[in-house]
Design a protein around this ligand. Structure first.
Ligand SMILES: [Zn+2]
Length: 491
């Protein structure tokens, strides 16, 4: 959550682009008929322009490091010359989020997250990801999906709310996590993107085997994430690259073969160059956005914290913090402003919920601040839900807000822990805030006194620190630490 307080996200792809019928045509990248009806190249460019700010808002904005940005851009541009659609206005952006993913919009806007850059171990691995995204762009997969009406339906997933219509856009995004961009591509589309990606990276001189090595790292990382969250093996976070780009080593190897690129001159890995570039890169959440510590969310710049109940997983997004439970419950926290000089109770009834039917209005003091809560009923994803709203007076015109959603049959069981969660909200002192330091990634050479146990001590994953260190450095579970090896550490 950034300091940018008010931002209402429009449903993804609620496009104002006027459709032009272009029908089926043979795509030069895939050599097959591609159903991209309604979207011409010009439309794609418009769509990209329109969706760009939404991507930034939902994925932490642009990572503020011009040197690293221009490095990634230069690698991306070195691949672009080998693509089929040279008329697209390509751009490459690092998103300031620890989420591990990469995505692209029609017409060549490619995004790669800071979280993904953290895991890569050489330039070729990054080039492989950019190449894969350029593959989706040139095969016009996103446009294809859009033309089939699938994306639009997903993006506009119906959430009918009885009362509190104003919170609907938040819930849409919180529950489905920018579903339109994060929907998994099909196996066939992944194969095409890999084949094209291999072609682009090989022509630019990179060793295409890096696609396989990085897939191994991504696989290990998503498996570790599942273990950390106590989820069954094989479950993948929906925000993760492995979920939106489902691939297997076998299929990527087949794509390398099918690409017909066997040139022995394509062998650049550029490990040292890459590691040098990502040295000092931010790790995890950044200071202006707040930090997640297990079940606690701390915003050191805005000076507050709160805790979510057991079973919830916190996601820090650009304009809000959301926490989702496996049983379909969700918590959304955000900061808003009172436009009138209401007290919190009037604000909640008249401004936030705009006189919609509510019940169970209760007034509290939370951390000494006037607070008010009320309940309403709604529908989410065709299921009946109860919604509890909390407004906490943040002084002047600021209001801190919790929206807690529970499936009807879970409301009773969840009520106490959710109330306690809202009541855990408290302002923190300047000293407490100063203690929350954003972590950074550093590159250094190992020496004789290093051990994996020591080097991974500063990681925030407790029992999983050593496992994470191995994933970070692409080390097998039984691999021993070599002296004099360049490694990544987090401090
Ligand atoms: Zn993909």
């Amino acid at each position: 959550m950034s300091l940018n307080r008010r931002f209402f996200i429009k449903s993804a792809f609620a496009s104002t682009v006027l459709p032009v019928f272009t029908g089926c045509s043979i795509n030069p990248a895939t050599d097959r008929a591609s159903f991209t009806a309604f979207y011409s190249i010009k439309d794609e460019i418009e769509l990209g322009k329109e969706e760009h700010p939404k991507i930034l808002q939902n994925f932490g904005g642009i990572y503020n490091d011009t040197k690293l940005q221009s490095y990634v851009d230069s690698i991306g541009k070195s691949l672009v010359g080998h693509t089929e659609f040279l008329e697209y206005p390509y751009s490459f952006t690092i998103l300031n989020t620890p989420i591990v993913n990469a995505l692209a919009l029609p017409a060549g806007r490619v995004y790669i997250t800071r979280g993904l850059l953290t895991l890569a171990n050489n330039e070729a691995e990054m080039a492989g990801v950019l190449g894969h995204e350029l593959g989706h762009v040139n095969a016009r997969h996103i446009t294809e999906r859009l033309s089939q009406g699938k994306l639009t339906k997903y993006g506009l997933m119906a959430i009918g709310l009885i009362g509190g219509a104003k919170v609907a856009p938040y819930m849409d995004v919180a529950q489905f996590g920018m579903a339109a961009y994060l929907k998994a591509f099909s196996r066939k589309q992944e194969f095409e993107a890999d084949k094209l990606g291999v072609r682009y990276m090989s022509k630019a001189g990179y060793d295409s085997k890096a696609m396989v090595s990085f897939l191994e790292t991504l696989k290990e990382h998503s498996a570790l994430q599942a273990r950390m969250m106590g989820l069954p093996a094989g479950s993948i976070d929906k925000f993760d690259f492995m979920s939106t780009h489902p691939r297997t080593v076998k299929r990527v190897e087949a794509a390398i073969k099918a690409s017909g690129e066997h040139s022995s001159s394509s062998c650049v890995l550029a490990r040292n160059e890459y590691l040098k570039r990502i040295n000092h890169m931010a790790f995890g959440q950044s200071r202006g956005e707040g930090t997640i510590k297990d079940k606690k969310f701390i915003h050191s710049a805005m000076r507050f914290e709160f805790t979510v109940p057991a079973g919830f997983t916190i996601h820090n997004e650009a304009d809000k913090v959301s926490a989702v439970h496996d049983n379909g419950s969700a918590i959304i926290f955000d900061v808003s402003e009172r436009t009138k000089s209401y007290d919190v109770t009037s604000y909640l009834r008249k401004e936030w919920l705009e006189n919609k039917p509510i019940s169970h209005i209760e007034d509290y003091h939370i951390d000494g601040f006037d607070s008010s809560s009320a309940m309403s009923k709604g529908e989410m994803n065709n299921k009946k839900v109860d919604i509890r709203f909390f407004a906490i007076d943040g002084g002047e015109q600021t209001v801190f807000r919790f929206t807690q959603i529970t499936p009807e049959h879970k409301t009773m069981a969840m009520a106490e822990s959710l109330k306690a969660s809202a009541r855990s909200f408290r302002r923190i002192s300047a000293e407490e805030a100063a203690k929350v330091k954003p972590a950074r990634l550093y590159i250094r050479k190992t020496n004789y006194s290093d051990s994996i146990a020591n080097l991974s001590k500063s990681l925030p994953f407790k029992d999983f620190n050593e496992d994470f260190f191995r994933v970070l450095n692409n080390m097998k579970p039984d691999e021993r630490l070599e002296i004099g090896k360049t490694i990544k550490i987090i401090q």
